[in-house]
Design a protein around this ligand. Structure first.
Ligand SMILES: [Ca+2]
Length: 337
């Protein structure tokens, strides 16, 4: 059931919050809105059956961002213009505002608390979680903790097996300082390599990722899907192949993407590996594959979330991030989530 009134009210609340720069004060107000109360026209409905019906699908969508704010964008606008695009299509969308720079062990419980508030406010039995990059760690954490309340987990370009860029950054070896500087710049952690940023980058290393998911295993009651980007002019080769790829992804099969300049350093690290992996400038396809892999879109790590600020993904690249998220949300509804 679509609730445009709810979506509109939530959109207004989150838009108001988005005008505030500070993460703590920008945390969305989770008071029950008037629109969440039963509409007057439903007052005479059969209460028990009606309540049961309203808790079912389609479930609310919770977007969970990765590290940062990218550069000057900030965490609130991380999925640039995506929440509004989804709400305009009738989806009930919430944007988690967890700590932008911290270990997934810290961010995971923050997202869980947020999801539990969404569940309480909407009266829905479950939610759909969509996490980009390190946000994929947080959504898998939540599904591991409260799997009975999670219908689906969609991870986008999440380095489930770590990223070689973080391996180099944490190695202390040649190129480490440049890798650290580039990651901090990318994520907007310009105030220095503090302990939180250090922990977060370490979590994105292959060892850090393995440790994390060993502690927070998947729940068999949850449907796990993954999608990732391919860039640097790659067509994805066999690494992107998926028999489960829906049309909204597979239709980009012959479209190529160029790397955003902000990803030059981590992309260079990946391009230097032998054999050279298919990647999005930060995360390899092999690392991002998890659960039911739905394929690759021609997008670098910034394009995947319509960054920077909605700029075009690259010459002759027809990938449209806002359309992608609308298609993804519609696909979730079609499939009963
Ligand atoms: Ca691009």
């Amino acid at each position: 059931m679509r609730r445009r009134g709810v979506a509109t009210t939530l959109a207004a609340g989150l838009l108001a919050a988005s005008c505030v720069g500070d993460i703590e004060t920008a945390r969305p107000d989770l008071r029950r809105s008037a629109d969440l109360a039963r509409p007057p026209s439903d007052a005479g409905a059969e209460a028990p059956a009606d309540l049961e019906d309203r808790s079912g699908p389609p479930y609310p969508i919770v977007l969970v961002h990765g590290m940062g704010g990218f550069r000057k964008v900030g965490a609130i606008d991380y999925f640039y213009k995506v929440p509004d695009a989804l709400r305009q299509s009738g989806h009930d969308v919430w944007v988690s505002q967890q700590d932008p720079i911290n270990d997934s062990e810290v961010r995971g419980p923050e997202v869980q608390a947020f999801v539990e508030k969404v569940l309480a406010q909407t009266g829905k039995a479950k939610v759909n979680l969509i996490g980009h990059s390190q946000g994929g760690f947080a959504v898998r954490f939540v599904a591991s903790r409260i799997g009975d309340r999670v219908a689906s987990v969609v991870t986008l370009a999440s380095p489930m097996k770590g990223t070689p860029a973080a391996d180099v950054a944490t190695s202390g070896g040649p190129g480490a300082q440049q890798a650290i500087a580039s990651l901090l710049d990318l994520y907007g952690a310009l105030n220095g390599y503090d302990s939180n940023a250090r922990a977060q980058i370490a979590r994105l290393s292959s060892k850090g990722a393995a440790d994390f998911f060993a502690r927070h295993p998947d729940d068999p009651r949850v449907a796990y899907f993954s999608i990732t980007g391919r860039s640097a002019g790659s067509n994805g080769d066999t690494e992107c192949s998926s028999p489960k790829s829906p049309l909204f992804i597979s239709r980009f099969e012959v479209v190529l993407d160029s790397i955003d300049p902000v990803l030059a350093v981590p992309s260079g690290i990946l391009e230097g590996l032998k054999p050279k992996p298919v990647h999005d400038g930060l995360v390899t396809v092999a690392s991002a594959r998890h659960g039911t892999f739905l394929g690759c879109v021609p997008a670098d790590h910034m394009d995947e979330v319509n960054q920077l600020l909605g700029d075009a993904p690259g010459a002759k690249n027809t990938f449209d991030a806002l359309r992608f998220y609308r298609d993804l949300a519609a696909w979730l509804v079609e499939n009963g989530y």
